[in-house]
Ligand binder design. Structure first.
Ligand code: SF4
Length: 329
């Protein structure tokens, strides 16, 4: 089956799968500035890694990007010139409260559908879309229910693997809940994680903490809302748009108060005592959010800025996390 690669959480996997193609929300690896085709200065390391991945990817038949972030929008211009694969830029409005913004998102899904059909995708019935949505929604619920059965790293990896591979595998809860790991409960908040950043979950546990809320884009925060099973049978496309465009809270939204409402609920219900703020150097959007979060939250916040330089990251990050946890213990 032909694969479509993307990273943005506002691209619904179900829409691609219903067209008979394989959606893969890829997990990126950091690239060194020496090995990259883009310059390092001023470019978010995540965008740099995405450009490298898309230009070297061998399995995919197409790439989907969105306008959620300005740097990704500029990366689209680079990929149109340098990537051998067809690339689609989906307009995802940052404003979300008006009917016009919701209609634009729906129209963009239909335009994406026409792009997918050009890449050997197939037309499908409403029932087919409902069936795919049911399959994804069932596995998504199963993953969320598995949180107590897995280590924080396993949980984050299961969510990321679901985005990359689809609903084929689901977490095995047969062994029952693990005994809770003692440690200071922390949240990790920020944009998407790259493969190397998953080490943070282990570093936290080795330092006497545990991550009880993964509010990164690649974690729970980047998952769409559960579908309303009654509504999606009548109008599955509308329900898909509601769950993604209306259900994923992100710093890019204008206004983004819903992100803080969501965080407020999750931080309190999980007894979080400190926040690791994960952001990339040159990412203005999450850098700006750091100051707002610090003003808003009554918890200590550790700012981890990732420059894409693996060696610096490996030396600096564990020490800073250890010191943060010593302060909280
Ligand atoms: S981390 Fe920031 S700059 Fe990088 S892709 Fe995400 S929003 Fe854009």
């Amino acid at each position: 089956m032909k694969t479509i690669i993307y990273t943005c959480p506002y691209v619904p996997a179900e829409w691609i799968a219903a067209h008979g193609l394989r959606p893969s929300r890829i997990i990126l690896s950091a690239v060194s500035s020496a090995g990259s085709i883009t310059r390092a200065e001023g470019v978010c390391p995540y965008v740099r890694a995405f450009i490298d991945e898309a230009t070297t990817e061998k399995r995919a038949c197409g790439v989907v990007m969105t306008t959620v972030c300005d740097q990704m929008r500029r990366a689209f211009d680079i990929l149109v010139r340098k990537c051998n694969l067809p690339v689609f830029l989906m307009n995802v409005p940052n404003t979300w409260q008006s009917v016009a913004a919701q209609k634009l998102y729906l129209d963009e899904l239909k335009r994406l559908g026409r792009f997918l059909i050009q890449l050997a995708g197939k037309s499908f019935s409403q029932d087919k879309l409902s069936q795919v949505m049911l399959e994804y929604d069932t596995v998504r619920a199963c993953i969320l229910a598995a949180r107590g059965h897995l280590t924080s790293r396993q949980y984050a990896e299961v969510i990321a693997a679901f985005g990359r591979d689809g609903p084929g595998t689901r977490p095995d809860n047969a062994e029952g809940a693990r005994p809770p790991i003692a440690g200071v409960p922390l949240a990790i908040v920020g944009g998407p994680l790259m493969k190397q950043s998953f080490d943070i979950f282990d570093i936290v546990e080795q330092s006497g903490g545990r991550i009880v809320l993964d509010a990164t884009e690649t974690g729970e925060r980047g998952m769409c809302a559960p579908f309303d099973r009654r509504r999606f049978r009548d109008d599955p496309l509308m329900e898909l748009a509601n769950a993604y465009f209306g259900g994923i809270q992100d710093a890019s939204r204008r206004p983004n108060n819903e992100l803080y409402k969501w965080l407020d609920h999750e931080l309190v219900s999980r007894g979080v005592r400190g926040i690791i703020f994960h952001r990339y150097l040159w990412c203005d959007m999450w850098h700006a959010e750091l100051w707002r979060l610090k003003d808003w939250v009554d918890l200590p916040v550790l700012d981890i800025d990732i420059g894409g330089d693996n060696e610096t990251y490996q030396h600096r990050t564990p020490n800073r996390i250890r010191a943060f946890l010593e302060m909280l213990q």
